[in-house]
Design a protein around this ligand. Structure first.
Ligand code: FES
Length: 108
């Protein structure tokens, strides 16, 4: 086999391998799960969710609170640049330590 033919075959097999990897990755990403989630799910009793403060839940990377009788789930990631926004008990609001953004319990 000459060098030109070898490189041509190598190129074609590379394309086939790339196409296979693309299909495999797409299938893993898009395949139906039947509504089932793999891994443990943390549950929080509703009566432990505070109405004047927030409950930090690390497994959801966020907070649970109650606003106007509705349970609200908030991600702790700041929409500005992604810092974790802690709850400040003394001010009663979320205060981002990175650039000073402030959010109320509804996340506004
Ligand atoms: S990352 Fe929160 S204000 Fe910039």
């Amino acid at each position: 086999m000459d060098c030109r033919r070898f490189l041509s075959r190598l190129w074609k097999w590379g394309v086939v391998a790339l196409a296979g990897a693309t299909v495999w990755t797409s299938w893993e990403l898009l395949r139906p799960t039947g509504g089932q989630v793999s891994g443990p799910i943390a549950t929080v009793p509703l009566d432990t969710i505070p109405s004047e403060s927030v409950l930090e839940v690390p497994t959801i990377r966020g907070y649970l609170t109650e606003v106007d009788g509705t349970t609200v789930s908030l991600n702790w990631k700041c929409p500005h640049l992604g810092c974790k926004v802690p709850w400040c008990e003394s001010s009663g609001q979320f205060e981002c330590p990175c650039h000073g953004s402030v959010f109320n319990r509804a996340g506004e």
